[in-house]
Ligand binder design. Structure first.
Ligand code: SF4
Length: 386
């Protein structure tokens, strides 16, 4: 696909070099999860595989540098289904030799044959949804694996895939700072190159949200959450995993290139229920419901539920808002060269205000979050969005 100019500015949108494929199937829905997920409907896997291939067939076999199979749980598919999906993806995209190819997995779904299959199809990064190694916390989070399974899965994935990332949740109900310290320590003692950590949130529509409203469940207080986050930053960097984005830590050379493409607004293709893409200045999101997605594709209807044309100004502001979440910060002059938008004049006031509040630091054209700003990254980003 060729890059396309914006009609009023001569501005050329970046040609996407990334693709995201959403596989919505899970064993069950965890209480905190608000992703596009379908549980206990493995009868829909085959129709899904047919549908996703039809959706991908609309593309002109674009060349990509990063592929991310997420979900849901891609490894919930059995080996034959997973192999078929990987083969179709290889047919529908031209993956460069050095492409980063990630797959999300849950510890209970991977074994040696499945990992070998992934490795044989060029998967070179695995992102494991571990969330915790603490049996009580795993129970509260409604995870279906044990701590021992999680540790074994990390070791096995390191052996077969090499590059392992894990997700951990902190600030779970009743969790103490020392509970989190133990979780983090266990993670850092295992062979991981990348760590993503998220404070538990109670998203509307989830079982946790309902339980919180009914007074049956609650997270930790803010001071405890900040103590946990600060500890994560200190301990991860002491063990060689550098903090590079608000929620992400990596060894040198192992930052997630696919997520960097999102944060740097590089454009990406996407397919599957609820999948969001950014192509030629359009942000689109597919229908979230797997059954609706399947029905629409079966009827030759578009799976897209929402589509927005982005102006170059919105794009420049989004680049600043997402870019500021990177710990290294952003170069406003470089952003202006790339986007043809002068952010000094567009968000100069917001930047000044954030600096006076001590949330941003500036050195020449370079701005970054201060230590305090790192704790308020969402508010800083929304100020920059305008
Ligand atoms: S395994 Fe992951 S995607 Fe599936 S329900 Fe749980 S949190 Fe959501």
């Amino acid at each position: 696909m060729q890059s396309v100019s914006h009609p009023h500015s001569g501005w050329t949108w970046p040609t996407p070099r990334s693709a995201y494929i959403h596989v919505p199937f899970c064993r069950h829905r965890c209480g905190y999860c608000n992703f596009s997920v379908i549980a206990d409907r493995d009868d829909l896997v085959q129709p899904f595989l047919t549908a996703i291939d039809r959706e991908l067939a609309q593309l002109d076999r674009p060349r990509i540098d990063t592929l991310f199979l997420g979900g849901g749980t891609p490894t919930h598919l059995d080996a034959a289904q997973l192999e078929w999906l990987l083969q179709q993806i290889e047919l529908r995209f031209s993956l460069t030799d050095q492409a980063e190819r990630s797959v999300e997995a849950n510890p209970e779904d991977i074994d040696e044959p499945k990992l070998r299959l992934l490795a044989d199809h060029g998967i070179n990064r695995i992102s494991l949804g571990v969330q915790s190694f603490n049996p009580q916390k795993l129970k509260v989070l409604q995870r279906s694996h044990t701590a021992a399974q999680a540790a074994a899965a990390i070791e096995l994935a390191a052996k077969w895939i090499g590059n392992v990332s894990i997700d951990l949740i902190f600030a779970a109900p009743q969790e103490t700072v020392s509970d989190w310290q133990a979780d983090l320590q266990t993670a850092l003692d295992l062979p991981i190159n990348h760590l993503s950590t998220y404070a538990l949130t109670f998203e509307k529509g989830t079982a946790f949200w309902t339980a919180q409203r009914a007074g049956r469940l609650d997270g930790v207080d803010e001071a405890t959450e900040v103590a946990m986050y600060t500890m994560t930053r200190e301990r991860s960097s002491a063990r060689g995993l550098r903090h590079y984005e608000i929620s992400n830590f990596a060894r040198a050379g192992f930052r997630c290139r696919h997520n960097l493409a999102y944060w740097q607004g590089r454009g990406w293709y996407a397919a599957g229920p609820g999948a969001a893409r950014f192509v030629n200045g359009h942000r689109e999101v597919n229908h979230r419901s797997t059954t609706t997605y399947l029905k629409r594709i079966e009827r030759n209807e578009s799976p897209v539920a929402e589509s927005d044309a982005i102006t170059p100004l919105q794009y420049a502001r989004e680049r600043a808002a997402f870019g500021i979440r990177m710990i290294d910060g952003i170069d406003i002059a470089e952003l202006a060269r790339e986007t043809k938008i002068d952010l000094h004049s567009e968000c100069g006031d917001a930047i000044e205000k954030l600096m006076s509040q001590g949330l941003l630091q500036r050195q020449g054209n370079h701005i970054r979050l201060s230590e305090q700003g790192i704790l308020f990254a969402d508010s800083v980003a929304s100020e920059l969005l305008g």
